[in-house]
Design a protein around this ligand. Sequence first.
Ligand code: SF4
Ligand code: SF4
Length: 599
Amino acid sequence: MGRLLLLGNESIARGALEAGLAVAAGYPGTPSTEVIETLMKEKDRYVEWSVNEKVAFETAYGAAISGAYSLVSMKHVGLNVASDALMSSSYTGVEGAMVIFSAGDPSMWSSQNEQDNRYYGLMALIPVFEPFDPQSAHDLTVKAFEFSTKVKHPVLLVSNTRVNHSRTWVDVGELKPPVWGKLVKKPQVYSLVPAIARGNREKQLKRWELITEGVKEFNTIEGDGRKLIVTAGVGYAYVKELVEGDVRILRLGVSVPLNREQVLKAVEGVEEILVVEELEPIVETQLKNILFDEGIRVKVHGKDYVPRVGELTFEKVGKAVSKFLGLPFVEVKEPEVKIPDRPPALCPGCPHRSSFVDLKRGVVKGGLNTTFFSGDIGCYSLGVLPPFNSQDSLTEMGSSLGIANGIFRATNTVPVAVIGDSTFFHNGLSGLANAVYNNLPVLVVVLDNRVTAMTGQNPSPSREIEIEDVAKGLGVEFVKAFDPFNVKESIDVISEATRWVKENKKPAVVVAKRACALDVLDKVDGELPIAVVDEKKCTGCSICYDFFTCPAITVGKDKKAVIDQVLCIGCGACVPVCPYNAISLKGDVPKGWDEVWLS
Ligand code: SF4
Ligand code: SF4
């Protein structure tokens, strides 16, 4: 027992350890990543970064059907990747405990959508636990494991950025030894051929009844009055700050499913109800169903008062609650000083910047004046911004190759698919196999920075498996790697590959190999070299700051380039970019510098 200052995600990890977690797997994705990162420090449990969320899910599921306590972690969109396995897991149930943690990103701070994963709970018949702060994240995680064991069913733990990335003091308990499984074969349960699946469906519905009855213990009815606020997740934290006095609150630790008896108790004598929940009207719809079935005529406000778009804020909930209670709401004044917009930028020294510059020149030199850049998800998504404009689409992990296929089939335009190394292994392999299988003339550019960089330099399979070997193994005939900092070599390789694709009407793969700059800085100690501009040679042509756009390079007097000595990490990428040889590196490189960049 004790108190620790924890992030919401660290609280979830801590709760899992206190519950007896043995096996954890996940795929990194903001805002979920710190759960697995925290668990990785425990040596007596098995914890892995898997190649994608489906594999991570199956790893945790495999452990749980052997009786172990397991957790799988991912961001909200990751559950789409794992959803095939998710649906089946609900049919079979588990022997031990399985907690599926999925962190949502309302307002899309670093995601392509803000889907509400509580729908998966309704669709798959899996109960949804929803914490409202780091303490409740810890407590509900412990309870989610206990509940999963009790009902022999996977449970879903959903949260959002505000909960995952808030830090506060958390009361914690003792760690429990891991609960491992033992080999028990039950093909009559776990082999979902139709005859078995039909039987499992009946059992699943019986478990769902048990679950619906059991969720009562995670919800509380607080306060009293003729007005009722039903709330879940972070909405509860805001409501508690706003409401005192004659208001009844039904706080839902589990928002799917609702327990009819508990709802009826909460609405007894109530004249009006407000549902405060983030994103979709999941609680609202379930609540209205129950009231309709019971013939109870009471006005329910929900998405008419609380926005369906974006994350909840104190202001949004404040407005809704005051409208509901008929009280004035004093809005917090916006600060008068407007902070200038700062568009996201690739880091100083990021190899992707060089890759995008080389790519544009290479494909044009290779005779492809018009193309469609079919992009993907990763740091290199920033290639969508000027001056690169090299991501004409990017929709989900692994989308680059599939969309490229559609573009070519519909328009006959030879596309360029841009994908990262981690994403290549996550979901790009099947797209590449399809390109070989169906003779898609596509230039595939794998930006291999040796890590899953976007989420904080988590490991990538590219450290263990050479992408060139994989591409050749899948039948790609033209495969070459290049160093994106070597401009001449890069342009030559890209243009040669482009010509080859056009002539042979088949896919070619080129791999831009250079380590993530942040990873290099983590691994190398010592004084770094610094780039400097020779004012006499600089003509102010603007190529380095307008077209190369390293954040360390800005424009000075007479349009001449100036390099910020604090931001510059001395990567040297800008040196060959200047056509007037005005940029050079000053100082010695530290020990192991070149090796780490190219390892
Ligand atoms: S590319 Fe060279 S010449 Fe052009 S602005 Fe930059 S430093 Fe000056
Ligand atoms: S060496 Fe050039 S490209 Fe590298 S960080 Fe410094 S200014 Fe940017």
